[in-house]
Design a protein around this ligand. Structure first.
Ligand code: NAD
Length: 446
């Protein structure tokens, strides 16, 4: 559901007025709905490497209307720019300018996706320059697109084909309505471990997933989305949120676990509940989080300690229990909710920023511990999301925060949930230790 301003400037007089006054003109984003096409309109696959040919063949197999050369004046649903073979910054000009000449023909809510290689693994300075150049290119391009269109990139390790399973999983995610509020971001695929789901509409079929902080807001949306994708959900929240928690658990036909995640035995309780009630545990989503904002000059110990305790110390302790458990060894997934405040910083949130930066550090370090049994751990960092938390912000600050991103609007809890559902799926098995921002490409900060 778009905010009131977005509704006002989407049609009629409001649209004309906003255009004339140069006001932001957000459009209603294309979000996932069951049975809707992956992309609306033809897909241009640009690039002349064998990897580009393989991508074109795969997209044809997905039933998409694929072009290797754009037709004049045809509205494109997406451009996939395959740059896996670039060796020098000079190599970028041709594919990039060819794609650029089609940008005016992008449909509303279109997608641009680059596929290239990680700069860290480059064998020469020129190759590293070309690969890292794609990072700056993509993020700049995302800021140029309009009308709900987004640009995101997939980074492949050197030995991976463009059609390795998690590369295709990431491509489907970026092309689809599931990535509506992800813009100017990269997903790194480091191994061939992903498996594409048999049924793309039920990628989590047979999985048991725990979601903390599930009684409301983003957590409730995560519970609904994982259920929609086929998972059995254990909804966790504090006893004081018991009524709301029971409602969400009933709605998703899962079970409720009343638990303060900062308790010493929280990890044990989560594993015990999942295994006793549902026979297994595959996915843990660390979503529960709190804010206790104060400028550092006014910060008391209680505010500092409580935010660290819930937002990061609890996750560390629960992960220790998960990693030690025999019930969490079958290609399990952990997805942790960070925040752009932990990346770019936010005035009044030194405690929160420390806790969310901590989540990112924890995720990077834990990836190696999950790898031996095919497990992955990733973080999702939301920007401005329309929730009870952000509804309480003063009007002017809220309105500014909402518009200061490339999509000129706040995200929905659903948008965060979609990114988590993707990272929790088998298709994302080759993606680990990373952070995916769901922020509409926030324009302030890093
Ligand atoms: N709303 C945003 O714009 C935004 C932006 C960035 C990150 N986030 C993060 O997303 C997550 C969810 O945010 P939200 O906006 O839905 O918040 P919210 O306050 O609406 O919901 C958080 C839930 O966590 C539960 N919770 C708190 N402490 C707990 C504990 N000790 N044990 C168990 N449950 C506990 C609460 O009862 C509540 O149901 C948080 O980690 C938050 O930091 C939110």
């Amino acid at each position: 559901m778009a905010d009131k301003y977005t509704q006002l400037v989407s049609q009629g007089l409001g649209k004309d007025l906003a255009k004339r006054l140069g006001l932001p003109q957000p459009v209603e984003l294309r979000r996932y709905s069951a049975g809707a096409p992956l992309v609306t309109g033809p897909v241009l696959v640009s690039g002349d490497s064998p990897g580009a040919d393989d991508i074109a063949t795969t997209l044809l197999g997905w039933g998409l209307d694929v072009r290797r050369n754009a037709l004049p004046k045809e509205k494109l649903g997406a451009i996939v720019l395959v740059l896996d073979a670039v060796q020098h910054p000079d190599d970028l000009a041709k594919p990039v300018l060819t794609a650029g000449s089609s940008l005016r023909d992008l449909a509303v809510n279109a997608r641009v996706v680059t596929i290239s290689r990680t700069a860290d693994s480059a064998q020469s300075p020129a190759s590293a320059a070309a690969r890292q150049g794609i990072d700056g290119f993509l993020r700049s391009l995302a800021k140029e697109l309009r009308a709900g269109a987004t640009a995101n990139g997939i980074l492949l390790a050197d030995d991976l084909a463009t059609t390795s399973p998690s590369a295709l999983g990431a491509l489907r995610f970026f092309l689809s309505g599931r990535s509506a509020y992800v813009d100017g971001q990269f997903l790194t695929v480091s191994s061939t471990k992903g498996i594409m789901p048999g049924d793309p509409e039920k990628p989590l079929a047979g999985k048991v997933a725990v979601v903390t902080g599930a009684a409301r807001g983003i957590g409730a949306a995560i519970a609904r989305t994982l259920h929609r994708d086929g998972a059995t959900v254990v909804a966790v929240d504090i006893p004081a949120a018991g009524d709301h928690l029971a409602r969400v658990a009933n709605e998703v036909r899962g079970t409720a676990l009343q638990l303060d995640i900062s308790r010493d035995d929280a990890g044990h309780r989560i594993i015990e509940h999942a295994v006793e009630r549902h026979g297994r545990l595959d996915i843990v989503v660390h979503n529960a989080g709190i804010t206790r904002d104060r400028l550092l000059a006014n910060m008391d110990e209680g505010r500092w300690r409580s935010v660290i305790a819930v937002n990061i110390a609890a996750q560390l302790r629960i992960n220790e229990a998960l990693l030690a458990s025999e019930h969490f060894k079958d290609s399990p997934r952990i997805v942790s909710v960070a925040s752009t405040s932990g990346i770019a910083g936010n005035r009044g949130q030194t405690n929160y920023g420390a806790s969310k930066g901590g989540v990112i550090g924890m995720v990077r370090s834990t990836a190696d511990h999950m790898e031996p049994f095919g497990g992955t751990i990733n973080a999702v960092a939301p920007g401005f999301i329309e929730t009870e938390m952000t509804a309480k912000m003063p009007f002017a600050i809220r309105e500014a925060a909402r518009r200061l991103n490339s999509l000129k609007q706040g995200g929905q809890p659903q948008d965060v949930a979609e990114a988590i559902a993707f990272l929790a799926s088998d298709a994302a098995g080759g993606i680990t230790g990373g952070v995916l921002r769901v922020c509409g490409q926030q324009l302030v900060g890093a």
